[in-house]
Design a protein around this ligand. Sequence first.
Ligand SMILES: [Zn+2]
Length: 368
Amino acid sequence: MIKIDSHLRVADPAAYVKTLVERHWRHFNPVDDGGKYTAKSAIEACRRLRQATGQTAPITSRGKHKGATYLQYYADGDSAKLRRQQDFLDYLLHNDGANLVQLYTARPDTLAAMATAIGALTKSGDFFKTDKGKLKQTEFGKRLSRDVFDYASFRSSQYCADLYRQLQFNQATCPYCNHSVLEIVQLHKGKDEAPMLKAYFQLDHYFAQVRHPYLALSFFNLIPSCGNCNAVDKLDAEFALHTHVHPFHEAFDDFYHFELSMRGMWGMVHEVQIVPRQSTTHRDGGVDAFRLRDKYAGYSALAIDLHRRFVAYEHCLKTEDAQTLRLFQDAVLHGMSLDKRDILRTNRGKMKRDLIRQFDVANALKID
Ligand SMILES: [Zn+2]
């Protein structure tokens, strides 16, 4: 609901995120003492895969490949398809892997441009196919996900949990719905074992992983989110920056506000509504994708209760007296911060903040 960068409680969010992004590349691409990428690095894995595409001998005599060549198994015997895979890998590796570095580290607008560039070199069927209405990775897509962009290992790593702790998601809510709580917990296993970090949330690939396996580990393509938003509502839907707010790129808060207003033919039903801000014509497809209107309409009773408390204690705002103001804080806000940076830290924080702004007609609380 706000940009993830704006949620960070650090002195210089831009420099802070830049440091995390550099660490992200180094994590997947360690170097040896001489400064050379190690065999475990993603860039070396990418080079090995490029080499494998040129091999004409059978991959192996055993297992599911059963003597098939790379061309047969990974490119369906189609030499044009093989050429496209090679063009794609060459694109990643050229100039000492400059584009591969970008895939791990570039901001969302650059990632979108790179997906377009890769789309011009390949066909979507090179990475995924539709099977009984579901998107499934091709053998080449699976190989990329396994060898070069190994999301499964990352997701189960301590590095992953630590990264989102550094991004202050240890006690926050989902950036898409601002409702479900995301947690990172330190698990104590045994007396002699070091505690483990566990992230109790999902990571949404803003640009869907099945469509774009090369964006599986991109720092700015991974959005900590709740299971309802990621796995129930969004699934493999295609999001784009001009149609859907990307929480590292824009803020839903800049385009919409919540409002308690009358609804229905007789105008007697109070309901929480999501209203576009007058200052912008930009719209977020996430409102429909994450069913935010329906979800928030369900919180109308909570909003009416907030209004009742506000009216009962509004007189407290007419004073400068600290004790009286504290009474308002306790009775109406229940300790909730009205600082915009805390929206993701508060369950339905944006809705509550917007409603207080709506009720506080004179803006005595100075909410921007
Ligand atoms: Zn959510």
